[in-house]
Design a protein around this ligand. Sequence first.
Ligand code: UD1
Ligand code: CA
Length: 480
Amino acid sequence: MTELGTPDPRLAVIVLAAGQGTRMRSATPKVLHDLAGLPLVGHVLATARALGPAVVAVVVRHERDLVAEAVATLDPDAVIVDQDDVPGTGRAAELALAALPEDFAGDVVVISADVPLLDADTLRGLIARHRADAAGATILSAVLDDATGYGRIVRDAAGAVDRIVEQKDATDAERAIHEVNSGSYVFDATGLRQLLPGIGTDNAQREKYLTDVVAAFRASGSPVAALPVPAPWIVAGVNDRAQLSEVARQLNALIVRGWQVAGVTVQDPATTWIDRTVTLAEDVTILPGSQLRGATSVERGATIGPDTTLVDTEVGERATVKRVDANLAVVGAGASVGPWAYLRPGTRIGEGGHVGTFVETKNAVIGAGSKVPHLSYIGDAEIGADVNIAAGAITANYDDLAKHRTVIGDHVHTGAQNVFVAPVTVGAGAKIGAGALIRKDVPPGALALSAGPQRHMMGWVEEHRPGTAAAEAARAADHD
Ligand code: UD1
Ligand code: CA
């Protein structure tokens, strides 16, 4: 088997994804629920492709168009197979087999789209054993303390696999068996083609069970075996949202461990969530309560968290991002963000820049070394290098018809509580007084003032609020 090179012409993978997923109680098809940044079926497709098969076929039916579209995006080479109204995993496999090239001979791996943690190495082991035994069917099994709901592996007196019985069809003695069918198998394609048409639906669920071919292989004289996985979580299925969260926690633990081995400090794995699609460099530190989602990447030496959510965000070397919510933002090398900042799509903070406390940014380019430290909204703006934006700045970018840009040149210093009524440009090196409302472009190097002159109406309080504490205080101060 090869991973990226030439596909193995004697290997096909069938992914079963046609079931209803009723127990999720969701408008979203079960196999499209998110797990660590990919839909469930995405994890299984990645595993299927990693085996280097000649063909990956995916069987769909429930919410057919949605699932088929997602599959086409995730793996454009996958063959979509529509299941008809005969229900059951056996029918799904039968139709998928019929969709393989006519001359295909070799081994067929069958896996389920709702078993997302099953990895390619485990399947490679199963395929190797199947081929070494020249078997008809090799089943991946698991030994569970509580086997409720699963098909049981029934072995004969000599310990050889005899058949699989579904929970709903099992006798009490069979239900006491702890070895279960994981729903993942390797079959000899020729044998499977011959045997599936003979499988009926005479069972508790009136479905055509794929599991019934195991007894059929055995009856035809082909060797059949079941190999237990070393840990049950590898084959955990997602049937409801409680199982989805358990699988998510398990996968997250594996992802976090993988990054720790790769040189990332993760202080609290239990409260750190990292999607499978994230990339991290050595010597990144992630503090508790942080979520790194989607196409987020973090460069060497950066510190993320605590309590930070990054979605599709790039963080440069040595940057610090603390108590931040960021989506589609770019944080430059050595920049610092937070605590309590909200970076919306299109935010780009230059090298060594700073976005501080209670600052919201959107579509904003903030130049190298520039600072927006406190209480500001910067939207549709372009701020040059080494600019200091004083507390309480607002870019008034929206005039109820359209969004407009604010452009601020290099080395500008603004005043506290400036409002920039866009479209407006502040020239390089300009200074702005506190409280100014900037409606007109400021020429480079100018001092812009717009707040009116301050006036004092002497004695107003004593005259208009006689006898109040304020009037008393004013009188006392006057006599000092
Ligand atoms: C199945 C196995 C059971 C095993 C369990 C492991 C059968 C009959 N039973 O039961 O022995 O212990 O998996 O998780 O196979 N699907 C289709 N078309 C269908 C029905 C299902 O494509 O007509 C797909 C589903 O989308 C799912 C997979 O097959 O991905 C398994 O179906 P599900 O209904 O979950 O089977 P289980 O009852 O879990
Ligand atoms: Ca299932």
